[in-house]
Design a protein around this ligand. Structure first.
Ligand SMILES: C[S@@+](CC[C@H](N)C(=O)[O-])C[C@H]1O[C@@H](n2cnc3c(N)ncnc32)[C@H](O)[C@@H]1O
Length: 349
């Protein structure tokens, strides 16, 4: 399978779009992206996927736009040129004597603008396909070279006739005011917690006091506050959630004075800080002293990078090994974890 479509929805409604797309009858995989409102679909080819989506339009209320993708490459001007070259060569016969436009939608931070890419690629096509007798026409083009950039990945397509961006205006209109009526959907952190709550409901039963380390903006704290009497949310950052039972300790976890700031037995510790693996586990262990016996710890291990993931896990397990009253209950790779993350569930004996 390869990337065949970039799909968009209202930011925050990605889980709903994913659920709908999962139901349409074609083999596919839906990937989250770091960009709000955008999911990438993997399947066998963009043409069939586009057709199936059109046929199932009435079941896709959260889909705003589908942009078919033909070739994926690194976000590098020479790589993009190579991809454009191979696509045009593939479709050469259809493109002779036609007018074209290059359009680029860029997401992420780069040294160049979308217009820079459009200009460079337009020039490149004119210079390299003189035999096709092409001309640029920004308005009444016959085909469009479409370039979607998502940080370090770029996706190139040639839109021609019916193979084009598919927009459902009706959905855009209908969803405009939706947030008035439904609770704001989950961000990625919340999805991690939701998955944990679904898989291990017993961890979240009868909770009095939860300590959430590295809590901002507050996705976990929000979900935990529905299960526990009190959530101590430790973070120097601002919380974007409010609940009567969330107590924001606006400090680094290292600086929390347990007796002064909390001073009650903890039922559950959660830690999602973006610190180095050893620093983060030591913070968890600082609070584990005050965890009740039989209480659980949910700890996100964030490896320094993909290559060090195993080494980082081993380092953390070695540290934990020295704490005889803390048992490793499970290591789990949650769907909403990034590639560098693993979730450790620990239990105090
Ligand atoms: C990925 S975010 C946590 C997201 C959170 N679980 C949620 O659901 O919204 C990581 C947080 O860890 C916090 N953090 C990093 N180092 C910290 C420390 N030493 N003490 C407390 N919080 C820390 C950062 O400020 C950041 O807000």
């Amino acid at each position: 399978m390869k990337p065949v479509a970039l799909t968009t929805t209202k930011p925050g409604f990605e889980p709903q779009l994913r659920e709908e797309l999962n139901k349409i009858p074609i083999k596919k995989k839906i990937l989250w992206t770091p960009f709000r409102g955008i999911l990438i679909v993997l399947s066998s080819n963009p043409y069939d996927f586009l057709e199936v989506v059109k046929e199932n339009k009435s079941n896709l209320k959260f889909l705003f736009r589908l942009i078919p993708l033909e070739i994926e490459c690194q976000t590098d001007i020479d790589e993009i040129k190579k991809a454009v070259l191979s696509l045009i060569n593939e479709k050469k016969e259809k493109l002779k004597n036609k007018s074209f436009v290059v359009r680029c939608n860029r997401r992420g931070s780069h040294k160049f603008t979308s217009e820079d890419i459009e200009r460079v690629i337009g020039r490149y096509i004119l210079d390299n396909f003189k035999d096709l007798n092409l001309k640029v026409d920004l308005k009444n083009w016959d085909f469009k070279i479409n370039i979607e950039i998502l940080q370090n990945k770029s996706y190139i397509s040639i839109f021609y006739n019916n193979f084009n961006e598919f927009v459902i205006e009706e959905n855009i209109r209908n969803l405009k005011n939706l947030k008035r009526y439904v609770e704001r959907p989950l961000n990625r952190s919340e999805r991690k917690m939701q998955e944990l709550m679904e898989k291990f409901p017993f961890i979240f039963e009868n909770l009095n006091c939860v300590v959430d380390i590295g809590s901002a903006p507050g996705g976990w704290a929000k979900m935990l506050s529905k299960k526990a009497k009190k959530v101590y949310a430790i973070d120097t950052g601002e919380l974007k959630v409010k609940a009567k039972n969330i107590i924001h300790i606006k400090k680094r976890a290292e600086d929390v004075d347990f007796e002064k700031d909390i001073d009650e037995e903890i039922d559950l510790i959660t830690n999602d800080t973006n610190l180095y693996p050893d620093e983060s586990i030591f913070l968890t262990l600082k609070f584990a002293k005050y965890l009740k016996s039989g209480g659980y710890i949910i700890h996100t291990l964030k490896a320094r990078n993909l290559e060090t993931k195993k080494e980082d896990l081993n380092q953390v397990l070695k540290i934990l090994d020295q704490y005889k009253n803390i048992e490793l209950f499970k290591i789990i790779n949650l769907k909403a974890n990034t590639k560098n993350e693993l979730t450790l569930i620990l239990k105090k004996l």
